[in-house]
Write a protein that binds this ligand. Sequence first.
Ligand SMILES: Nc1ncnc2c1ncn2[C@@H]1O[C@H](COP(=O)(O)OP(=O)(O)OP(=O)(O)O)[C@@H](O)[C@H]1O
Ligand SMILES: [Mg+2]
Length: 136
Amino acid sequence: MTLLGRRAECEELDGVLADALAGRTRVVVLRGEAGAGKSALLHYVSERSDGWQRARAVGVESELELAYSGLHQFCAPLMDHVDHLPGPQRAALTTVFGLSTGPAPDRFLVGISARTSFRWRSRSRRHARSIRRLQR
Ligand SMILES: Nc1ncnc2c1ncn2[C@@H]1O[C@H](COP(=O)(O)OP(=O)(O)OP(=O)(O)O)[C@@H](O)[C@H]1O
Ligand SMILES: [Mg+2]
């Protein structure tokens, strides 16, 4: 789909993707009225980041009271690899996602654990790519 009148926004998003490729962290907040074209811009990013590791979470009003529901959406695809986390981090994530029982973990530890999961996943994907390249 061709986006009309969004050249500046698209250039900004291209810059964000280029920075991500260079290992620089960027955060972008897309704000606008209903129908302003936020999803269209996300689609633009998604088309250009095909094959990348992407995580998606959607805020739902009915889940407002559910602690960690957004984090759960982000981390659910990573839970297969939870065994690779250090014990306390594994316990923190499995407890907040209801996979094990225990006292409510420290929020800071939950955040760190999620971060470790993402880093572990992106490292293992990089290794898999390198191995595929070596096998060719
Ligand atoms: N720059 C654009 N050029 C052409 N069509 C566009 C553009 N931006 C959005 N549209 C079209 O306008 C409609 C609304 O856009 P979109 O769904 O992206 O809005 P939104 O901001 O995500 O809305 P909501 O807040 O309701 O989720 C869609 O049909 C989309 O394809
Ligand atoms: Mg939308």
